[in-house]
Write a protein that binds this ligand. Sequence first.
Ligand SMILES: [Zn+2]
Length: 492
Amino acid sequence: MPAAVGLSAEILAKYEPVIGLEVHVQLLTATKAFCGCANRFGSAPNTNICPVCLGLPGALPVLNAKAVEFATLAALALHCEVRGRSIFARKNYFYPDLPKGYQISQYDKPIAEHGYIDVPTANGTMKRIGITRLHMEEDAGKSLHDGFADSATRTYLDLNRCGTPLVEIVSEPDIRTPDEAWEYLTRLKEILLYTGVSDCNMEEGSLRCDANVSVRPRGQEKFGTKAEVKNVNSFRFVRAALEYEIERQIELIEAGRHVTQESRLWNAAEGRTFSMRSKEQAHDYRYFPEPDLPPLIVTPEFLAQRRAELPELPEARRARMIAEYELSAKDAATLTASREFADRFEAAARTAKSARRVANLLLSEVGGRVNALGLEQEQSPVSMAGIVLAADLLEEDKISSKQLKQLFDVCFEKGEDFPAVYEREKPEQITDSSALEAMIDEVIAANPKQVEQYRAGKKTVAGFFVGQVMRASKGQANPALLNELVAKKLEG
Ligand SMILES: [Zn+2]
């Protein structure tokens, strides 16, 4: 198979990519989907296992109610319709890390269907990506191909993951560009994190993505033959794998050849996909209703409870915060990056005299220093309470913004919170009118040209005088009083 070469923009433009995503998400339940084993990442191999998750003869599964709650919550957050009666099915296949020889999944009657996620597009509008279905299933174990002295000749099995509850979220083939795929995944992860049903940790495999991609000549209705790119472990790689795969398929078609329906693996080191195996069809799995589990009934009461638990979701929260705190879309996105961070900000902002000022300080003064030092927001020495105190002092003109900057510098130099630093170094403020007036007189006398400009109608020059006096006072002039006196002197 030739590697995709750089095709010309004209040739690429002749084709339209069609992308659908399948995302597996591990649910954050304490125990597994059908047994009481701990659902925990990182335990010693083969310690969280029992006859049920190993599928030993005679062992019977019992459905974890918490897994149903989480699956339903995720379904509601993704605007899905939840089915009152869904059916578990056996998906039969052999793999060494699947000792049962089948996976309990859902097939033609999944717990939820017909949802959507809205994603931003290149031209600034929003586009709705459909969600075909969300179904419950269990994870398989893990084959360990590396890390042992004899890894060259042996593969080891860790079955701890067998029976971990999953939801699989399948999108409609509505995605048209690798960027849209990236946006969809980013939004999906954000929504799931807000609901708290998963930690979505991609390094630990809590969120895994397969991408189906095909291309067709623009204007053609019929889909082309698709390839599936399996288990790409970061959103960045999904985008890169899709870019590669789209070019590879167009190149094949342009050369008069055909795209094969198959599963392919992304090799991040080489930046290309490789054929793994021909793609199974659904009938290869011999799905049949799971005889050991009754139909899953979701009652209206159960559904209403989940609906009541649903938090405000990221998109709605951003819209509200933009209005409430007069934020830009970018700042709102920063503040809502995680539900926990947004919660801490809002709890603090509510106690402040000006929530808007808290947002500003958090994003500019504190955020800027945190970024410059390469820290995470949680590692900032200045707490939310510290930012609230700083915002209130500014709001009441008890300190100038210059003094505040100096105090924040001390906080970050010494790793101390703002209230402690403020208490110790409480900056002096000049609130004595006559002292300020004397300073203003001096600055006015030294800058006759600017006085002339002001009196000719250029009122913004007042800012120049305020700045000069503030500097002369080493940032200690009371800002409100200074503004008032400068205006009075210049008018006089
Ligand atoms: Zn078990």
